[in-house]
Design a protein around this ligand. Structure first.
Ligand SMILES: [Zn+2]
Length: 265
């Protein structure tokens, strides 16, 4: 099967569903990844923001996907924090999906997202909008969700941790940060049958084949905990994170092609 993971930022798939990704690769499926933004603002230091950080983060994802055996890595070219959900972005995502022809799509949950980052929501909405209109709909798994109806036990932990650790610029070389990713797997594992650590998804398109048809409604306290973990102290306030502006940094949307090669302007 052709499996396509959409990532809002370079580290998201490794953080939240690397074990599933590796599982699919080990089972012989063709796994591809498309990163929506170049991660230009993923650090508090202003002097690193922009193309300099993006170059580092693009390299980190390249190394990480190479480590786990992702067949092809694509770059959609939006700027971190300045992604959009509009006609142009929908058209881009639609053309991309029609070109890649995936049988399975992974993307963030647009409605019940544990992480309300603007790029996560925009990517999620774009993919959802396109998927709803597709004649031949791929199986669609939503991650970063607190309404899961499908769990994958977290296997291949060693290589999953190695893949996450490649994102050094995001602090994932530190044990505490890797531990955070596994704490999230533990929280999902509390609701998963037969697994202590698990990755959780909301599956659309093939619900009739699922054993647990209805999503597990997580207790309010767990939702609050997720909210705090992802939106409370884990993310900087936007006004701190997203300045200077892309214009001030000389950043342009779509300055590189789908393969990540910089285009001359
Ligand atoms: Zn992200």
């Amino acid at each position: 099967m052709r499996v396509l993971f959409f990532a809002p930022h370079p580290d998201d798939v490794e953080f939240i569903c690397a074990c599933t990704e590796i599982d699919l690769i080990k089972k012989g499926h063709d796994v591809m990844m498309a990163c929506f933004t170049g991660g230009e603002y993923g650090i508090s230091r202003d002097d690193f923001k922009g193309e300099r950080l993006s170059r580092i983060r693009r390299r980190e994802l390249k190394e990480s996907t190479r480590l786990v055996g992702v067949k092809k890595l694509y770059w959609m070219g939006f700027i971190d924090g300045y992604s959009r959900f509009d006609k142009e972005s929908i058209k881009m995502v639609e053309e991309f999906i029609l070109k890649v022809k995936p049988d399975v799509i992974f993307a963030p949950d647009p409605f019940y997202s544990v992480d309300r980052h603007v790029d996560h929501i925009n990517l999620a909405k774009n993919v959802y909008y396109v998927w709803c209109r597709l004649k031949k709909q791929p199986i669609y798994l939503l991650y970063y969700t607190y309404m899961p109806n499908y769990y994958v036990p977290a296997r291949h932990g060693k290589i999953a941790r190695e893949a996450l650790k490649k994102h050094v610029s995001q602090g994932f070389s530190r044990p505490f940060s890797v531990g955070f990713s596994w704490f999230v797997k533990f929280l999902f594992g509390c609701f998963a049958p037969h697994a202590v650590f698990a990755e959780a998804f909301r599956v659309l398109g093939v619900q009739r084949f699922l054993k647990h048809k209805n999503p597990v409604r997580m207790p309010k306290l767990v939702k609050k905990l997720f909210h705090l973990l992802f939106n409370g102290f884990a993310v900087m306030p936007d006004e701190m994170q997203y300045h200077p502006t892309p214009e001030q940094l000389g950043l342009k949307e779509f300055r590189y092609d789908l393969d990540g090669n910089l285009l001359s302007t």
